[in-house]
Design a protein around this ligand. Structure first.
Ligand SMILES: Nc1ncnc2c1ncn2[C@@H]1O[C@H](COP(=O)(O)OP(=O)(O)OP(=O)(O)O)[C@@H](O)[C@H]1O
Length: 264
């Protein structure tokens, strides 16, 4: 159970820098929902300046890991450091932008696309929460970057799946988050939105940000990510995308025992 994760290949010079290098450092994390152990001894260093893909079958704990990094679920054990800070300080400082799974959002909430993106500016507005010119400019720039300027005044629920995802990516850009967590940003998304998001994530990583993105789309992984983490309640593997995509590793991550039969 507590075997160390396999780490193969050299994902790159920045790899392993974790929180000290501006990334995320997760140590021995365990999260339990009642009797169910969703994460067990998860240790992973997510480096800055890279796009890291988080891969695993349904129920493997990907969303739980994002929520634990965000401080939205309380771990039973272990720790999370973000850019060298604890979670509370990182959240207060607006360091982390989060694109949640669609099911976790109330799309009927009466806010426009522009309002959602402006939420990313709260940390910049002080106690009054009154947007200033710089906030409006940052929101306009973020909307343009995700190609949503024309839909800025629509109620958020009236966008397509891909446009909704782009609106949340724009919120993270407006926030100037150093760390971006994206939970299944390509689920139910049109090709144009997928291409826009992939391009943006690359630009953000090239700009030195830390990007952790979960996806089921293994075909898109080589274009999307610089390195990959295979998760099945714990980290099975962390290394290059090519190594992660080897059939025997995918078989383990997706619950098939290549030596015969299904694993539990
Ligand atoms: N609020 C909750 N209460 C009880 N169990 C939960 C809760 N949230 C998640 N779980 C369970 O914890 C495990 C991990 O769930 P999680 O949502 O993190 O997986 P996931 O890898 O994101 O799955 P998917 O790919 O389907 O989104 C699953 O077995 C799930 O049923």
């Amino acid at each position: 159970m507590n075997a160390r994760a396999e780490r193969v290949g050299d994902p790159g010079p920045d790899s392993g820098s974790g929180a000290a290098g501006g990334g995320i450092s997760v140590r021995n994390l365990a999260v339990r929902y009642g009797e169910h152990l969703a994460l067990d001894g998860v240790t992973v260093e997510v480096p800055a300046g890279r796009v890291t893909g988080l891969i695993g079958m349904n129920g493997s704990g990907k969303s739980t890991l994002f929520k634990a990094i965000m401080g939205m679920v309380r771990p039973d054990a272990g720790s999370v450091r973000i850019a060298g800070d604890g979670q509370a300080a990182a959240r207060r400082g607006g360091l982390v932008g989060y694109v949640p799974q669609s099911e976790d959002v109330d799309w009927a909430f009466p806010v426009s696309v522009r309002d959602v993106v402006m939420m990313g500016r709260y940390g910049h507005q002080g106690r009054t929460r009154r947007p200033r010119a710089a906030d409006h400019a940052a929101v306009d720039a973020a909307l343009a970057r995700v190609e949503l300027s024309e839909l800025a005044d629509r109620q958020i629920g009236q966008l397509s799946g891909g446009q909704k995802k782009r609106a949340f990516v724009a919120r993270g850009i407006a926030q100037e988050a150093r760390i971006l967590l994206l939970d299944e940003p390509f689920a139910g998304v049109d090709k144009r939105s997928e291409a826009t998001i992939v391009r943006l994530l690359r630009e953000l990583a090239d700009d030195g940000r830390t990007v952790l993105v979960s996806t089921h789309d293994l075909h898109a992984l080589p274009q999307l990510a610089d390195e990959a983490v295979l998760l099945l309640r714990r980290v099975l593997f962390h290394g290059t995308v090519a190594e992660a995509l080897r059939p025997e590793r995918l078989a383990l991550a997706f619950g098939l025992d290549v030596l015969g039969g299904a694993s539990s």
